[in-house]
Design a protein around this ligand. Structure first.
Ligand code: SDX
Length: 422
């Protein structure tokens, strides 16, 4: 049976039947009856902004799937590059396709020398890695003007390869500049994650040898971050991309949104919070402060998940495996106590606040040797295929420019007073 809603305009008595499609009503059909009456939804809590084939998320049940595949299976059995292919090309690669994809990405990984000499060297020594990343991705727009041909699907695919390939190079270069180490050039012989870790941590001339447990944890963290449907940064990418901006400034704007502590910047904020709490014996006082509104429990809560974020569970398990190699992170005890206290406290239960993906990831990153300023950069590397998949999907859908309405709440019409009476 086709489902629908009937609405009545009580001012005129007119009614309209609006079809329900997959839990949504068409705003256009609604507006036909009520022209000039807008939905008041500033944070898009009740607004669907896209038809998308990419990611399915059921917040009540804690389900997450990329193109139908459960996140748990992808995290356990596939590499990040396979998942990136799944997101941006629509299917998991077979053997030859994966080989081809790896070599395309490997070949595109180097960055122009001017990046090192002119752009990266221009930042202050204490520049935050996310500020550097956002700026340098935007700067790439000037290196590939052909990327502006956004209505050409083949050009879009070429830029997708470049961006996925260059993100680790830019990220690692930003880190090495900050700590005063010479840049390490990408090695096309290495897989994506080994290459990134080598560009980050290699010293001297001998090859960087990464522990397989740490490699797999890093790669899996990229998989877990790869997409999350219409989150703030992805929506930013779709909105900026809808103006037909080029992919570099589009992805830069998405990364800028991610930087915020309510979004991907939360992984850094969690680590700083744990350090401030200092000892698991201080957890109860901290939680009392959260309930009094003094601060938020970072890494908790989510707009869509009203259940445990399935990614947080996987990250928590991975943390234990990583700590067997690196030794335990002393902040783990505080995180575990925070989770235990919060999950048994009515404040958090009543508001359905659970750990999200950012709660445990920073503990792993820190134990692997990443400074806190790099945490959101790691999220950005993982999320790049997701941003790009949505950007490409939006452009392939013949989309219109994003342009919401507003409820005007300012002064009514008035005359401009002369300067002496203002
Ligand atoms: C990510 O959207 C995505 O998919 C994002 C993401 C992705 O993969 O892209 O999953 C990644 O961004 C994860 C979220 C990381 N952020 C944090 O960990 C920061 C801490 N969390 C919050 O600030 C908050 O929960 C948000 C921003 C994540 C969600 O905000 P909402 O949906 O607007 O929730 P809300 O502010 O309306 O909260 C409802 C209630 C409020 O209390 P009341 O006014 O009803 O009394 O819950 C309270 C909030 O004050 N609340 C919290 C809390 N989060 C919400 N109270 C204490 N600590 C928290 N963390």
């Amino acid at each position: 049976m086709d489902e629908s809603i009937t609405i009545t305009d009580n001012r005129t008595g007119e009614t309209a039947e609006i079809p329900l499609l997959d839990g949504t009503v068409s705003a256009k059909a609604w507006s036909n009856l009520l022209p000039g009456i807008w939905f008041d939804d500033p944070s898009f809590s009740a607004t669907s902004g896209a038809d998308s084939d990419i990611t399915y998320l059921d917040g009540a049940q804690g389900l997450l799937r990329y193109r139908g595949y459960p996140i748990e299976q992808l995290a356990e059995t596939t590499s990040f590059l396979e998942v990136a292919h799944l997101l941006v090309r629509g299917h998991l690669p077979d053997g030859p396709q994966l080989k081809q994809w790896q070599s395309e990405i490997g070949e595109a990984a180097p960055i122009h020398e001017n990046f090192h000499k002119r752009i990266l060297e221009g930042f202050r020594d204490d520049a935050h890695a996310m500020g550097v990343l956002v700026s340098t991705i935007a700067a790439m727009s000037t290196f590939w003007p052909e990327s502006k041909d956004v209505e050409n699907p083949e050009q879009r695919q070429a830029e997708i390869v470049r961006l996925i390939a260059k993100m680790p190079t830019v990220a690692a270069s930003a880190y090495r500049r900050n700590v005063g180490l010479p840049y390490v050039f990408p090695d096309p012989e290495l897989d994506y994650t080994s290459n990134f870790l080598s560009m980050m941590f290699k010293t001297g001339d001998s090859p960087y040898v990464v522990d397989p447990v740490l490699h797999d944890a890093m790669d899996m963290l990229f998989v877990l971050h790869a997409d999350h449907e219409q989150n703030c940064s992805t929506t930013t990418a779709r909105v900026v991309g809808s103006a037909h901006a080029d992919p570099y400034v589009t992805i830069s704007s998405a990364a800028a949104a991610l930087y915020g502590p309510r979004h991907g910047g939360a992984n850094e904020a969690v680590l700083r919070m744990l350090e401030n709490i200092g000892n698991h014996r201080n957890v109860d006082d901290f939680i009392t402060g959260v309930k009094a509104g003094d601060q938020k429990l970072m890494g908790f809560g989510h707009r869509v998940y009203k259940n445990y974020d399935p990614r947080a569970r996987i990250v928590k398990d991975a943390a234990h495996r990583v700590f067997e190699v690196t030794g335990t992170n002393p902040l783990l005890d505080i995180a575990l106590k925070l989770e235990e206290v919060a999950l048994n406290d009515s404040y958090f239960i009543d508001r359905s606040l659970y750990p999200n993906v950012d709660f445990y990831s920073g503990l792993i990153y820190q134990s692997m040797g990443f400074p806190v300023e790099m945490f959101t950069v790691l999220f950005a590397i993982g999320r790049t295929p997701g941003w790009l998949a949505h950007w490409d999907e939006m452009l392939s859908q013949n989309s219109r420019i994003a342009r919401p309405r507003q409820r005007y709440t300012g002064p009514a019409d008035r005359d401009v007073p002369s300067i002496d009476v203002r």
